[in-house]
Each structure stands twice: as structure tokens, then as C-alpha cells.
Design a protein around this ligand. Structure first.
Ligand code: NAD
Length: 496
């Protein structure tokens, strides 16, 4: 493939891009970046250039904020039923254009096409969900004296800045816009550096539905565009999805203006297997939970640490290895591929460095550990399984964010709980057992924002998601997220 950069609608291979090349979407217009800078977006499956996009910095963020302030005034005062209607219309457009959007998502992220198709549906549903909730940004009344009336009311913040991670480019762009728009805010999206195309395509779909400036998309580096958004005095609400290290930086930057910050950060999520579970079932749950076939293991909620009772350890490792070897690694647009490439070169190199570190620490490599034979270009890594990892090894503690799974054995329940809780992360956890009492007892003790019992499954709509400990603060995907894009005010009225 080669870059084709002219015109508004462009075909790159079988990819159709509607958003104009070399542009940012600011204030309802497709504009060049103030610096004139452009950036190549790479296809991780073959390292070719998909397209050049406009590459924004602080000046572009300033422009987007000025337009967002104007738009927020009117959008925030529209009837919520109008905002709900607009979100539903956008959902319909996403579904109608689903195949094309899934192809864009797959091309820039390397996610297998089936996973990208699923993400289009999930994104549309998120819009409909928040459209349905939009009327819930209401307040409370309080018992007061005979001549006092006290109540709270909620109003949107005005401008919301959202900094996105790269592992679900389309889904995150849509989810990031849904709740703040429903609550009456204008939104500025800063897509992840390697994956700006899907967010630009979403803006293209939404441009005649929303008032100019209500949604802007400013691709650019984290250090320039991302920092400028986190620092901007007129963006009082920042929501960040990404790594712990950057999340800390964003929080520190936002502290200058005492912003409301929520953080969706990384995980090193335990999957605990009790001895009453069939090892084949546990292996299936662990492989599903790794999201190999959705995001190539680049998943914050990946079940990347399996803690298995010693009685079923060996059989589980055999089952896991069989299942992981059976996954076909290949071009993500090919529906026969189960696992695609990692999203960009430096991340691919980081994942290989984690694997190298585990090998050097003396862990036993059961399967994977390298590029698949025969794929000479692209950032492919075979699904990788380690066991017998020496205590204290980095691979037991650090998030790899790739197709790397570590199994450890346990005998004593207390030690297992301590090990499961023994990382700085607390995003998700899993418990596999047929004993309901044991499942609930363990779920209560695991320090994580979401615990699955008997296998990770799609989260029912509205179930809050968000981490404990270093995995973040704040909850998304439920009513709490919607309300977090509003501020409440108490009003106390004396009369008579
Ligand atoms: P990252 O921290 O490198 O980047 C995230 C975003 O922050 C990007 O848009 C980036 O450009 C921006 N950024 C970078 N430096 C910045 C700065 N100084 N100021 C402001 N913004 C800045 O994360 P990533 O590598 O894109 O994503 C992977 C991480 O995201 C993993 O740790 C993963 O677990 C996490 N993640 C968490 C969730 C969740 O819901 N909890 C979901 C997906 C990914």
C-alpha cells in the first residue's frame, strides 16, 4: 500500500477514508495544523503508510478550545431530547457505515477485523445508552424548614478534553464523545499518536449533526497537543485513558487549574483458578480474557496473570499451550487471522524486551516468545506463555500490554489472595470456581474495580468500569460517567 493524500474521499488499498487528508477537525471545519506539520499513519501489518494527517500542537488546541467554548454555550442549553436524538442519529450512521469503519480501525490498530466489527456495534450502543440517560443529569431536593426550599441542579462543565489510548481507536473515540456530549458539553478528542484515523472518520460522520465546535479532533503528539489540552485553563474537565506514567503527568498538569480529572489506566489482572474447575474451561476463560483475538492482547483488562491451584496447574498449562498455539497470527484484515500485529514499532520492541527479560529471569517459555515464521514485515508477536516464573520477576508485576500470559501456581488460599493483590494495579480480576461462597468471598477480597466470576464476559450495559489503586480513578460506561461531566450546585431558597 502507499499513501494517497488528495481529495476528501480516498481509497487506500481497500480502505475508504472520508475525512480529508492532512487536516484536523476544529470548529466544524477541516483545517491544516497551525504549524503546517503532518504525520504519517502507519499500517502495523506491513509498515506501509496509510495516510498523512494534520499534526496539531498547542496553537491548534487553543483554536479548538475557543470554538468549543462558543459551541458549549448553545449545545449545553439545548433540550436533552435534542442531544439524545443527535447521538442516536450518529449511532445509526456508525452502523450503516460499519464495514468501512471497521476496516479503518483494523488498518491503523492491527486489531483483527472481527474485533473491529464488534467495536463498531459497541460504539453505536454506547451512543444510544447515553442518549437514553441524557435526561438524568438532574438534581435532588432536600427536606427543609417551612420557609426554605433547598435543591441541587447539574450543569455541564463546558469544554471536556479527552486523551485516548490506541487499542480501540474507533470505540474509544465514540465512547469518549458520548457521555460528555449527552451531558451538554463540547468535546475535544486527542486520539492516541499512532491511531488518529478512526476519530477523524467519526468527526466526518458527525459534522453535520453537531453544532460547529461541539466536537473537535486534534491529532498530535502527547507531549504537545495532549499536554496543551491537559494544561488549558478553559478545559475544566479532563478524562484520560492510557498508561500510569502518563496519567500521573496529566494529573500533575491539570492540578495547576484544579481540574476534575478521571483516569482509566493499566492493569496486570489476575485470573484465579480453584481446583474444582475443569482445566479446559479455565484455559478457555484465560484465552478469552487475554483478548488475543480482539486487540492482540493489547488490552487493559487482559487476564495476563493466571494463578492456578497446584492440583490443576500442569493440565491447565497443557490446555493453554494447545489453545494458544492454535491461534493463527496473520494480517488483521484477513478474517482467517485470529491475532494481528501490535500497533507500533516501539511498542513491539517493548513487548519483545519484556519477553527477553522473563527468559533471562529464568521463567519457562512454554510457547510463543518471538515473531511468527513467515511474516517478515509488521509488528507480529506469537501468543506467549510463561510458567515457573521466579518470584519477584518483572513479568509478574509489570503490564506488558501484549500477547503475553504468565501462569503461577498456588497451594494456600491466603497466599493466593496476597499474590493476586500483590501488584500496584487494580483494574480487573477473575475468579473461577463452582463454589459460590468461595467465589463471593474471593471476589470481595480482590482489590480491583471489576471482578468477573466464572469467566470474563461482555460487560452488561451500564456496569461501571474503572480501576482501583494505580489503575485509575473514576468510573466510566454507567450513569456515574454521565454525571461526572456535570457539576452540581446547591441552591437554598428562603421565602415567606
Ligand atoms: P499513553 O499513556 O502512552 O498515551 C495515552 C494518551 O495520552 C495518548 O493520547 C498520548 O498522546 C497522550 N499523552 C502522552 N503524553 C502526554 C502528556 N504529557 N500530556 C497529555 N497527554 C499525553 O498510553 P497508550 O500507550 O496510548 O495506551 C496504553 C495504556 O493504556 C496501557 O497502560 C493500557 O492498560 C491503558 N488503557 C487503559 C484502559 C482503561 O480503560 N483502563 C483502556 C485502554 C488502555
Amino acid at each position: 500500500m502507499s499513501a494517497v493524500d488528495a481529495g476528501a474521499t480516498v481509497r487506500v488499498g481497500s480502505l475508504r477514508l472520508e475525512a480529508p487528508a492532512g487536516r484536523l477537525f476544529i470548529g466544524g471545519s477541516w483545517v491544516r495544523s497551525a504549524s503546517g506539520h503532518e504525520q504519517a499513519v502507519e499500517d502495523p501489518s506491513d509498515e506501509s503508510t496509510l495516510r498523512h494527517v494534520g499534526w496539531g500542537d498547542g496553537e491548534d488546541v487553543d483554536r479548538a478550545v475557543t470554538h468549543a467554548l462558543d459551541a458549549a454555550e448553545g449545545w449545553g442549553q439545548t433540550d436533552w431530547t435534542h442531544r439524545a436524538r443527535v447521538l442516536r442519529q450518529l449511532a445509526d450512521r456508525l452502523r450503516a457505515d460499519g464495514e468501512r469503519l471497521a476496516a479503518v480501525d483494523t488498518a491503523e490498530s492491527g486489531n483483527p477485523i472481527a474485533g473491529s466489527r464488534q467495536d463498531v456495534g459497541t460504539a453505536a450502543t454506547a451512543l444510544e445508552f447515553f442518549a437514553g440517560l441524557a435526561g438524568q443529569t438532574k438534581g435532588e431536593t432536600f427536606l427543609s424548614g417551612p420557609s426554605t426550599h433547598a435543591f441541587t441542579e447539574r450543569s455541564p462543565y463546558g469544554v471536556v478534553g479527552r486523551l485516548l489510548a490506541y487499542n480501540h481507536p474507533l470505540l474509544f473515540a465514540v465512547q469518549a464523545a458520548a457521555a460528555p456530549l449527552a451531558a451538554g458539553n463540547a468535546v475535544i478528542l486527542k486520539p492516541a499518536d499512532p491511531t488518529p484515523l478512526s476519530a477523524l472518520e467519526v468527526a466526518r460522520l458527525a459534522e453535520d449533526l453537531l453544532p460547529a465546535g461541539a466536537l473537535s479532533v486534534v491529532p498530535g503528539s502527547g507531549a504537545a497537543a495532549g499536554h496543551a489540552l491537559a494544561a488549558h485553563p478553559d478545559v475544566p474537565r479532563i478524562a484520560f485513558t492510557g498508561s500510569v506514567a502518563t496519567g500521573r503527568r496529566v494529573m500533575a498538569t491539570a492540578a495547576e487549574h484544579v481540574k476534575h480529572v478521571t483516569l482509566e489506566l493499566g492493569g496486570k489482572n489476575p485470573l484465579v483458578v480453584f481446583p474444582d474447575v475443569d482445566p479446559a474451561d479455565a484455559a478457555r476463560a484465560a484465552v478469552d480474557g487475554m483478548n488475543f483475538t480482539k486487540t492482540n492482547g493489547q488490552s487493559c483488562q487482559a487476564t495476563s496473570r493466571v494463578l492456578v491451584h497446584e492440583d490443576v496447574h500442569d493440565e491447565l498449562v497443557r490446555e493453554l499451550a494447545d489453545r494458544m498455539r492454535a491461534l493463527r497470527v496473520g494480517p488483521p484484515a484477513d478474517p482467517r487471522s485470529d491475532v494481528g500485529p501490535l500497533t507500533f514499532r516501539s511498542h513491539y520492541e517493548r513487548v519483545l524486551a519484556h519477553i527477553d527479560g522473563a527468559n533471562r529471569a529464568g521463567a519457562r517459555l512454554v510457547t510463543g516468545g518471538a515473531r511468527p515464521a513467515g511474516l517478515t514485515r509488521g509488528y507480529y508477536v506469537r501468543p506467549t506463555l510463561f510458567t515457573d516464573v521466579p518470584a519477584g520477576s518483572a513479568i509478574l508485576q509489570e503490564e506488558v500490554f501484549g500477547p503475553v500470559l504468565v501462569v503461577s501456581r498456588w497451594r494456600d488460599e491466603e497466599e493466593m489472595v496476597a499474590a493476586a493483590n500483590g501488584t500496584p494495579y487494580g483494574l480487573t480480576a477473575n475468579v473461577l470456581t463452582h463454589d459460590l461462597g468461595r467465589a463471593l468471598r474471593t471476589a470481595r477480597r480482590l482489590r480491583a474495580g471489576l471482578v468477573w466470576v466464572n469467566g470474563p464476559s461482555p460487560r452488561p450495559l451500564g456496569v461501571p468500569f474503572g480501576g482501583h489503586k494505580l489503575s485509575g480513578r473514576g468510573k466510566e460506561h454507567g450513569l456515574e460517567e454521565l454525571l461526572s461531566y456535570t457539576q452540581d450546585k446547591s441552591v437554598v431558597v428562603r421565602y415567606g
